[in-house]
Design a protein around this ligand. Structure first.
Ligand code: GRF
Length: 197
């Protein structure tokens, strides 16, 4: 069985889109894959309750309980490794990971970022796209490397920036596309459509 562990920090709408795609498109039958667990660094992340209702194992590794990034990442890895994951999927997981953590999951670790990378790595992507007068915005699914929001691009989606857009309306338009491209990227990885680096 190819276990997928999803890491979240908040609402978890990308996580939910992946869970729905997994059952709707029979990832179990097609790829021998399943969502093994959802892990959050925030005890009150909304996505945790949703995942639990779906019958998925959930866990919290609260970053505030650890003295630093190394200790937190070690505890997080311990939780993740209980599921011997084929893929570790960052879905709105708002922590910067240590190089050791990234190396441990090399080739298995992916992220979604709400911009057309390599434009606008980091935070406040929609505000920055609007401030720059971009006519298009979007989202990127990419492999995770030690450098923030870098790594091989696996999928992208583009949306128009409309004249009346605020950061919120643009974020909502981008998010609907995120929910399409993240499952699509995982299907390609699970089916061997992307070579390991
Ligand atoms: C998404 O826009 C994702 O790209 C970014 O954080 C947001 C998380 O949303 N990293 P959700 O928790 O998946 O609803």
């Amino acid at each position: 069985m190819k276990n997928i562990v999803i890491l979240i920090s908040g609402t978890g709408s990308n996580m939910a889109a992946i869970v729905r795609a997994c059952s709707r498109d029979d990832w179990g039958v097609r790829f021998g894959a399943r969502i093994a667990a959802v892990v959050s660094n925030r005890p009150h992340a909304g996505g945790l309750a949703w995942a639990a209702q779906e019958g998925i194992a959930t866990a919290v590794v609260d970053h505030k309980a650890y003295p630093g990034r190394e200790a937190f990442d070690l505890a997080l890895a311990e939780e993740i490794d209980r599921h011997a994951p084929a893929l570790v999927v960052l879905a709105g997981f708002m922590r910067i990971l240590t190089p050791a953590f990234v190396q441990r999951y090399e080739g298995r670790l992916v992220n979604i970022h709400p911009s057309l990378l390599p434009a606008f790595p980091g935070l406040h992507t929609h505000e920055r796209a609007l401030a720059e007068g971009c006519r298009f915005a979007g989202a990127t699914v990419h492999r995770v490397t030690a450098e923030l929001d870098h790594g091989e691009i696996l999928e992208q989606a583009v949306v128009p920036v409309l004249p009346a857009d605020t950061a919120d309306t643009l974020a909502a338009r981008v998010l609907t596309q995120e929910h399409l491209i993240y499952p699509r990227a995982l299907v390609r990885l699970l089916s061997g459509g992307v070579q390991k680096p």
